[in-house]
Design a protein around this ligand. Structure first.
Ligand SMILES: Nc1ncnc2c1ncn2[C@@H]1O[C@H](COP(=O)(O)OP(=O)(O)O)[C@@H](O)[C@H]1O
Ligand SMILES: [Mg+2]
Length: 329
């Protein structure tokens, strides 16, 4: 099962804790040099999947390989060839970034003769030059994250696992962090990242959506968006929760969901109708009337492109409608 062109392959990968199945028959692959994003709510099984792939947790069933090594039989081979960074990545606060990098270089057994050059290269890559002599405790969250990434790749691993690596970091810094990830992927590094930020998911070549331990969809962001049925409309209204409840029950509305102060409704119409199309305006009039009957006013509506969040909500709703052996009914 070790196809060298794939950095990761899993087949029916499963992890059970006592009676509870945290990862249920998950199958996917990651081609070398690609960025694969695991998306899903807390408890979906993302971290457990990563732990099995990193060789630090034995699967209860199924198979997996990383860089051609079997995760159950060759975990030691895998551990020394991968980089792993989580939100809880340990940095030494009383050391400078440069000292942290030197420490990890020795932990990962980077050749002594190459350490200084590698550390300098990483300080440059992470843009840490100005901060390299400051104590790590004085760095902002975003800089700590960049340093943690640099430490995680000090041994030049061809495979990088990121588990919620940017949690708690502002959007601009997240984007800059992802620029670094792109650069690594461009150099041939394969990346598996978990996140619950939808903007980050957009950076991935392929996305695997996880829910209740299962992989409910695997495809590129564009393909996933194309799988949302109907035409998506965004409504601004004064009571989004009430609006969603009414919309759910209306004929011609496939699905609806609340996004802050707005409601998204997928209508049973071709996805590319222009906003002024009669079928669409008539349908919106009916919707506005139905909402007006329960004193919900629509101040604005427009057709929109589905986001990955729309797709995820749709996939989860679809899955909830199907019988599941683990479902709490
Ligand atoms: N060591 C463990 N023992 C028992 N249950 C666990 C253990 N690790 C994780 N779980 C459970 O498995 C499920 C998936 O957890 P996790 O993989 O951490 O999800 P995610 O990373 O997607 O939030 C959760 O319900 C969690 O409580
Ligand atoms: Mg997790």
């Amino acid at each position: 099962m070790s196809d060298a062109s794939n950095a990761i392959e899993t087949r029916a990968l499963t992890k059970r804790f006592k009676g509870f199945t945290a990862v249920n028959q998950v199958s996917f692959y990651v081609p070398t040099g690609e960025i694969f994003g695991l998306l899903g709510p807390n408890g979906a099984g993302k971290t457990t999947t990563i732990r099995m792939l990193c060789g630090i947790m034995r699967p209860s069933g199924g198979q997996g390989s990383v860089l051609g090594y079997d995760i159950a039989r060759q975990p030691e081979q895998i551990k020394k060839r991968i980089g792993y960074m989580s939100q809880k990545f340990s940095l030494y606060n009383d050391l400078t970034p440069r000292e942290n990098l030197n420490f990890y270089a020795s932990v990962y057994a980077v050749e002594r003769s190459q350490r200084a050059a590698r550390v300098a290269e990483l300080i440059e890559m992470a843009g840490l030059g100005e901060h390299s002599r400051q104590l790590t405790r004085n760095l902002s969250g975003a800089w700590r994250q960049r340093l943690a990434l640099a430490c995680a790749i000090v041994h030049n691993p061809p495979m990088l696992f990121l588990d919620e690596a940017t949690a708690g970091v502002d959007p601009v810094s997240r984007r800059e962090f992802w620029d670094l990830i792109y650069r690594l992927a461009g150099e041939g590094v394969s990346v598996l990242a978990t996140t619950h930020y939808m903007d980050e998911a957009e950076y991935c070549n392929t996305i695997g959506m996880m829910f209740r331990g299962e992989m409910i969809a695997v495809a590129s962001p564009d393909t996933l968006r194309g799988q949302l049925p109907g035409l998506l409309v965004q409504l601004d209204c004064d009571n989004p929760l009430k609006a969603k409840e009414i919309l759910q029950a209306l004929p011609g509305v496939i699905d609806s969901s609340v996004h802050g102060a707005q409601v998204h409704a997928s209508l049973d119409l071709p996805p590319d109708l222009p906003a002024e199309d009669e079928c669409l305006t008539e349908k919106l009039e009916l919707i506005e009337q139905a909402l007006a009957q329960v004193q919900v006013q629509v101040s604005h509506w427009e057709p929109i492109q589905p986001s990955l969040e729309d797709v995820f909500i749709h996939m989860v709703d679809k899955r909830r409608g199907e019988p599941s052996p683990e479902s709490e009914s």
